[in-house]
Design a protein around this ligand. Structure first.
Ligand SMILES: Nc1ncnc2c1ncn2[C@@H]1O[C@H](COP(=O)(O)OP(=O)(O)OP(=O)(O)O)[C@@H](O)[C@H]1O
Ligand SMILES: [Mg+2]
Length: 476
């Protein structure tokens, strides 16, 4: 092969200890680990005239005092899908590298086909969709199903990165579907290997920054849930998005895990329909159940993520422990937080859980990591323990300390406003947050609490089989 006769341009490096060898080895002679060798480029290709020009100008740059540094205004372009823009931090930033990860079949190609079609229709430069996995006719069939048609949208069925680079032409927005299916000729390892994925992504990054081209790169998720090539891509990217959701569920969540141009807390909600992916703005449908207020063990909390506030329902189930050790299981809520709050309820409010298995789930597959969900977890647990439902028009938020005190949380007024907007009549909140929320007093009933026992009392959830004393502080 022609590449074999050239001077070696790649080497195999042990990912554990860094030992380098020109040939692949099964076991590292240095550290003794098996299967750790990854192919890497030894040197970059000879610089082209273009590279030299850019390189020289970069080398000549000097460190500047802060006052002399100019502002860089991010030019944002609308993607045509409101939720997608929100997750990106207000739109697509030109020249950025966006990685979209997700399980197979979740709708990554569908989402980016829609975005590509909108960009093609609204931007003067053509948009290039590089389909390395599907044939052009498959992409066309999808476009027809979604009702997309634009001559400014170019399709390319190519897997070689060098050929893709030559086909970029005037395009300013490029979709790569997917990074695991493309390869660079500089490395001899197979497409999808860690070395290939890393090298291709680094090359795309250089093109994006030097030619001001925006790349949307689709990445497959490994069985463990991380993007293939453990985290090798994330640090190169400007924005990393994960598309999540159950296969059978129509609702999908798009989560930003890294964003250099906006909040990394943003969550976008989408619905998968026959005619494509649509933004969802009525969150109540997803995050609140129909049985709310009827069944014991459910509580609603206004959760703040990124720039938005959503009311999310927490559901708990308590059952008698069958064998020795009681089980605790949490979905969408930190496990340790659940265990700590169970202990707080046992000790400060006298609600016994030592002989019960406890399960908790945040509705709609959302993750609630904020401290403000503590109070709702306690309410849901107390409701389940006492088999008494919480009124469906009551929401709660607040951080619970180990002594049972309720601490104030951020964005209290925003949370109360969200409750008003979504038709809640009562909010139980930390007493120290009352001042910020007083402006809403006429619109919604605000119940300030200082101790977790007060919340139990306000909701009338006092367990029938608990000791009569709740501790001197907690009962008031
Ligand atoms: N004819 C159809 N009508 C309705 N929905 C469809 C139709 N064809 C496909 N879908 C939906 O689109 C989803 C596949 O979307 P898409 O190909 O964008 O996913 P992907 O994440 O790119 O998958 P892959 O990992 O295989 O590339 C399917 O799971 C299905 O829900
Ligand atoms: Mg796809």
């Amino acid at each position: 092969m022609a590449t074999k006769q050239k001077a070696p341009t790649s080497q195999f490096v042990c990912s554990n200890c860094g030992f380098a060898t020109p040939k692949w080895l099964g076991r590292c002679p240095d550290c003794g680990n098996f299967n750790t060798f990854q192919e890497e480029l030894v040197r970059v290709a000879e610089p082209t005239k273009n590279d030299l020009r850019r390189g020289v100008s970069e080398m000549k740059t000097r460190a500047l005092p802060l006052s002399k540094v100019g502002y860089e205004k991010f030019d944002r372009v609308k993607s045509g899908i409101a939720e997608f823009d929100t997750v990106l931090g207000g739109g697509i930033v030109r020249g950025s590298l966006v990685l979209l990860g997700g399980d197979p079949g979740i709708g990554k190609s569908t989402l980016l086909t829609q975005v590509a079609s909108h960009l093609a229709a609204t931007q003067p430069s053509p948009t290039l969709y590089v389909s390395a996995e599907e044939s052009c006719s498959q992409v066309k069939m999808r476009c027809e199903r979604l009702g997309l048609n634009s001559d400014n949208l170019l399709l390319l069925n190519e897997t070689c990165l060098e050929d893709i680079e030559n086909s970029l032409g005037e395009s300013k927005f490029v979709i790569i579907d997917s990074v695991q299916a493309i390869y660079t000729e500089a490395l001899s390892s197979a497409a999808g290997s860690v070395g290939q994925v890393r090298e291709c992504a680094a090359r795309l990054m250089r093109i994006a920054k030097s030619q001001n081209i925006t790349f949307f790169i689709i990445g497959h998720v490994t069985k463990e849930g991380s993007l293939a090539g453990p985290k090798v891509l994330e640090h190169i990217m400007d924005t990393v998005l994960y598309f999540e959701g159950q296969q059978e569920d129509n609702f999908k969540l798009l989560r930003a895990v890294k964003n250099r141009f906006g909040s990394a807390q943003e969550v976008g909600v989408f619905e998968m329909t026959d005619t494509g992916i649509k933004s969802v703005t009525d969150y109540a449908e997803i995050f609140l159940s129909e049985t709310r207020g009827l069944a014991a063990g459910s509580a609603v909390t206004p959760s703040e993520s990124g720039n938005r506030c959503m009311n999310v329902e927490l559901q708990t189930l308590i059952s008698k422990t069958a064998y020795g050790q009681p089980r605790r299981m949490s979905l969408g809520v930190d496990y340790n937080k659940l265990v700590v709050l169970i202990a707080v309820l046992e000790k400060r409010c006298g609600i016994p859980f030592y002989a019960s298995d406890v399960y908790i789930n945040a509705m709609g597959g959302i993750r609630l990591d904020e401290p403000s969900v503590d109070l709702a977890i306690c309410a849901a647990l107390a409701s389940a323990a006492n088999d008494a439902p919480i009124d469906k028009y009551t929401a709660l938020f607040g951080e619970v300390g180990l002594t049972g005190e309720i601490r104030p949380v951020a964005y209290a007024d925003k949370r109360v406003y969200e409750c008003i907007k979504t038709g809640f009549k009562r909010v139980i909140l930390p007493a120290k947050n009352m001042k910020a929320c007083e402006k809403y007093k006429g619109k919604i009933e605000l119940i300030p609490v200082q101790y977790v026992g007060q919340m139990i009392k306000a909701l009338n959830l006092r367990p029938t089989n608990a000791p009569p004393t709740f501790g001197s502080k907690t009962d008031e």
